[in-house]
Design a protein. Structure first.
Ligand SMILES: Nc1nc2c(ncn2[C@@H]2O[C@H](COP(=O)(O)OP(=O)(O)O)[C@@H](O)[C@H]2O)c(=O)[nH]1
Ligand SMILES: [Mg+2]
Length: 285
């Protein structure tokens, strides 16, 4: 019968289509099963990334090195002390040739609080919640004068002109200055004033290292994003040629509850490396 033959053919075609569809469904199911069986792959870690540092040019300190750095900065027999405060470069007593490290950044980014945290001092460096209060440079001796830490006036509104002239003189002329730390607020992100500061120090060919401040205010994943963003910035024209391939992240934990000190040992170690004190505290055999 014609009608029956036609149906057979049609049904035959349908069966083929069905087979194809079935095969597709099976394949999809198998795929889904395989996916479900495979343990979820953790996000690939960024090489060189740790909790308080992102390194692409340096190697991370060992636990023993971090412990020595903490010891150096917290020796009770040799507490940190104020060395000098000056507004003008020519007035700074140039005596002494201890290695120096300077802390730069916008007003209120947390420079003075961070110095106090590193030096294990409550209020050696003057801190203020009102921006632009520190107009002078202050120097502090650490470890019996083996290192001098400099708290610089904030870069930002109102103080830019004075800042430019005096600080640039210091940064470019001071022979014993071995590293400049540029603080960027992890909470507020990179601001135009930060870009101007980075451009200024890059143009003056000053070597520096970036430190993200106030990380107690942001989530861990935001710190990672900030690290990547800042690396990109440092590798752009803004960053110049002298940025260290290592960004640190810190919290100075000032007064309020819930604000924990973080990343301070790593920063202490970075200062010791800059000052050539890697071997300090290593017992001689
Ligand atoms: N949450 C938080 N606040 C901070 C931190 N460091 C500093 N601050 C606060 O930020 C303000 C400015 O700090 P200060 O150290 O004077 O900044 P400077 O102008 O860069 O020297 C003060 O109110 C500090 O208490 C930090 O790590 N975490
Ligand atoms: Mg200050």
């Amino acid at each position: 019968m014609r009608g029956g033959a036609e149906r057979e053919v049609r049904e035959g075609w349908k069966e083929e289509e069905l087979d194809v569809e079935l095969a597709r469904v099976e394949a999809r199911e198998a795929e889904a099963e395989a996916e479900a069986e495979e343990p979820e792959e953790p996000e690939a870690p960024l090489p060189g990334l740790s909790k308080y540092a992102y390194r692409w040019d340096t190697s991370p300190p060992t636990r023993a090195q971090l412990a020595r750095a903490d010891k150096f900065f917290t020796q009770s027999t040799l507490p940190a002390e104020h060395a000098w405060t000056q507004g003008r470069f020519r007035e700074i007593e140039l005596a002494g040739n201890a290695p120096e490290v300077a802390f730069l950044g916008r007003s209120n980014v947390g420079k003075s609080s961070l110095l106090n945290a590193v030096m294990n001092a409550r209020a050696l460096a003057y801190t203020s919640s009102k921006p632009g209060r520190t107009r002078a440079m202050s120097a502090f001796k650490v470890g019996g004068g083996r290192v001098v830490m400099l708290d610089m006036p904030g870069y930002g509104k109102g103080s830019r002109e004075e800042w430019g002239v005096q600080i640039m003189k210091y940064l470019t002329r001071r022979k014993q200055l071995c590293r400049t730390f540029v603080l960027l607020d992890a909470d507020h992100g990179v601001k135009p004033a930060d870009i101007m500061l980075l451009e200024a120090i890059s143009q003056a060919d000053i070597s520096y290292q970036v430190v993200l401040s106030k990380i107690d205010r942001v989530k861990e994943k935001d710190i990672k994003e900030a690290f990547e963003g800042v690396k990109g910035l440092l590798e752009s024209e803004v960053g110049g040629r002298r940025a260290l391939g290592e960004i640190l992240a810190v919290s100075a934990a000032p007064k309020r509850k819930g604000e924990r000190k973080q990343g301070i040992s790593e920063l202490r170690w970075a200062i010791m490396v800059a000052a050539g004190l890697e071997r300090w505290g290593v017992h001689k055999k």
